[in-house]
Write a protein that binds this ligand. Structure first.
Ligand SMILES: [Ca+2]
Length: 454
């Protein structure tokens, strides 16, 4: 059993995920050719011109929202708008503003006491990566021949790729991780961005396709450069084996999200089922990993939660409230906080609507309150979790520290509900109401209650 040591700051973090092409266009001069007008619905091949300066311009907005850490999908030179087809592990895409723009952004993020995690795609590169291009041109004579897994004498994408590639996509050739120079090359990139640019961690793309011992090497390299670096894995299944391998601090908690989709968006699960499911996940991960998971309602890979809820912002808020009450670092997917909608990829990657008249200001205010509660109440960030109620569409759990305890109660039914609470003298953190024995919830509502203990 390997030991993982998630950085302490993650327990206190509120993440915000940005898809750089779609967040904000801060510099039209660096736009890719054929950039589409901001606000036009995205298609698979289109660019919207978002860049790092755009993020820099909106750090004040993010700070006001209360986020403490940014996760950016890939920023390295690539051909597509999502940039998961990297062509340069050591260079920031000029269409995003290049390396100097990233340095400037990181300095500004750190000056505000915030952190930044970048997306590392170490399973595959893009077909345009110079090493793969060299193999295409020179076949077995290329010094990079052994860096990829090619059947035959030369890689061919048609009719079927004759080389290992991600999910059968010929545009994404997989690295041969059995070849030591490949690991050396990728690990040097892991180290470089931490040491030279001062990033605060990596989100590792498509971890389940990577050899576990290589992921562990990534983990160790990151920690050697900075023991406080966060290593987060994109894991769609259970994270358990990765924690056992000592290879990740936490996973993107898609499994927890699944439960919230069933309970809130689909309404196919009742409270007891959600409680059993969430507790089962909790019990299967080491405690330190539970607190270091990145908990989410949405990402660039799944439909937005609001859209799954048929546009019902009350359900989105219940989901968000759950995450802000639960262990793990809650994440906001850009635009969720103002009511941005979107279905399956690429629709979930729409441009951020900067015209404030289009925002749902009540929703934004509610998100800000949730973030503030999380930041003010240490029990919400660091407390133990204990389920105390699950019946019909109502649930409640406690977050407990020796000095303070916060109860979170949620009801996803339309009628009123009364939820019993242990102990006495609870105070509603949003209204100041004092109550004992039980808490009344109107339809589609949640409450945070606190009591002093010890
Ligand atoms: Ca631009």
């Amino acid at each position: 059993m390997e030991v993982i040591r998630p950085p302490d700051w993650v327990r206190d973090a509120v993440f915000y995920q940005i898809f750089p092409d779609r967040f904000r266009n801060g510099d039209p001069a660096n736009d890719p050719p054929a950039t589409r007008p901001w606000g036009e619905p995205p298609a698979h091949g289109t660019f919207s011109g978002g860049d790092l300066r755009g993020i820099l311009e909106k750090l004040g907005y993010l700070e006001e929202l209360g986020v403490t850490a940014l996760y950016l999908t890939p920023v390295f030179t690539a051909s597509t708008n999502h940039r998961y087809d990297g062509e340069d592990y050591f260079g920031v895409d000029p269409h995003l503003g290049g390396g100097e723009s990233l340095r400037e952004l990181i300095a500004a993020i750190h000056a505000r006491g915030m952190r930044i995690v970048l997306d590392g795609v170490f399973n595959h590169c893009g077909r345009g990566h110079p090493f793969f291009r060299d193999v295409v041109e020179r076949g077995r004579r290329s010094p990079y021949w052994a860096w990829f897994k090619v059947q035959g004498d030369r890689p061919q994408a048609e009719p079927e790729p004759n080389y290992a590639c991600w999910a059968g996509h010929g545009s994404l050739p997989e690295w041969n991780h059995d070849h030591p120079p490949v690991r050396e090359y990728l690990l040097s990139a892991v180290r470089y961005w931490i040491r030279d640019y001062g990033i605060d961690g990596w989100r590792l793309d498509t971890v389940e396709y990577l050899p576990p011992d290589f992921v562990r090497e990534v983990y160790r390299a990151a920690k050697e450069e900075n023991p406080e670096a966060y290593v987060l894995g994109e894991v769609m299944g259970l994270g358990t084996p990765w924690f056992r391998h000592g290879a990740l601090d936490g996973v993107m908690h898609y499994k927890l999200r699944e439960g919230l989709v069933r309970f809130l968006a689909e309404g196919s699960w009742d409270g007891p089922r959600l409680a059993r499911y969430a507790h089962g996940l909790w019990a299967s991960y080491p405690p330190e990993a539970n607190y270091a998971c990145y908990t989410l309602l949405g990402s660039h890979d799944v439909p937005r939660f609001l859209t799954l809820c048929g546009g019902d912002t009350r359900k989105l808020l219940l989901g968000a409230a759950f995450l802000f009450a639960y262990p793990g670092a809650p994440a906001i997917y850009y635009g969720d906080e103002v009511g941005l909608e979107g279905g399956e990829d690429p629709d979930c990657r729409r441009t951020f609507p900067w015209d404030e008249q289009t925002w749902d200001h009540d929703l934004l205010a509610a998100f800000r309150r949730l973030v503030r509660l999380r930041r003010e109440e240490v029990a919400l960030r660091r407390g133990d979790v204990r389920w105390v109620h699950a019946e019909g569409k109502a649930i409640a759990f406690l977050r407990t520290l020796p000095e303070a305890e916060v109860a979170f109660a949620l009801h996803s039914g339309e009628e009123e509900a009364r939820i019993p609470l242990p102990g006495a003298a609870w105070t509603d953190l949003l209204t100041g109401e004092r109550l004992a024995g039980s808490v009344r919830l109107s339809g589609m509502a949640f409450r945070f209650l606190k009591r002093e203990v010890g």
